[in-house]
Design a protein around this ligand. Structure first.
Ligand code: ZN
Length: 128
């Protein structure tokens, strides 16, 4: 019964989205800091988060979420690239072109190889 009522309540409402979850995480440090201004910020964030969850203006909330995801993906990208590099370190070695500083990925354990830069065409010899 309760689940049904909850479902009815959320029908046509935005509900929690990625932006909402991010805001909820953001509230925690503000709420924990023993400072009036930080606590006010925490309350405002909480009210804004609740407002977004129960909001019926779903198209506007979706726009906000998309805008958030755009920024979030930009923040996330360098970490993701670093993680991918770390995961593939067994199979590839990264060299920098001595001429243009372009990063080049070369398969490992191929002995001494000639590497041709994909950007400037410079050729240099490296041990893999
Ligand atoms: Zn180059």
């Amino acid at each position: 019964m309760f689940g049904q009522k909850l479902q009815q309540f959320f029908y046509g409402r935005n509900g929690p989205d990625q932006f909402g979850f991010f805001m909820m995480l953001l509230i925690i440090p503000f709420a924990l800091i023993n400072n009036v201004i930080c606590n006010i910020i925490a309350w405002l964030l909480l009210l804004f988060t609740i407002f977004r969850i129960v909001s019926k203006n779903v198209s506007q909330r979706r726009k906000e979420n998309i805008a958030f995801l755009k920024i979030w993906n930009k923040i996330k990208k360098p970490f993701q690239t670093a993680k991918e590099r770390y995961n593939e370190r067994k199979f590839y070695k990264i060299f920098r072109c001595p001429k243009c500083r372009q990063k080049l990925r070369v398969p490992r354990y191929k002995g001494t190889v000639k590497v041709r830069c994909s950007k400037c065409g410079d050729v240099f010899v490296r041990k893999t």
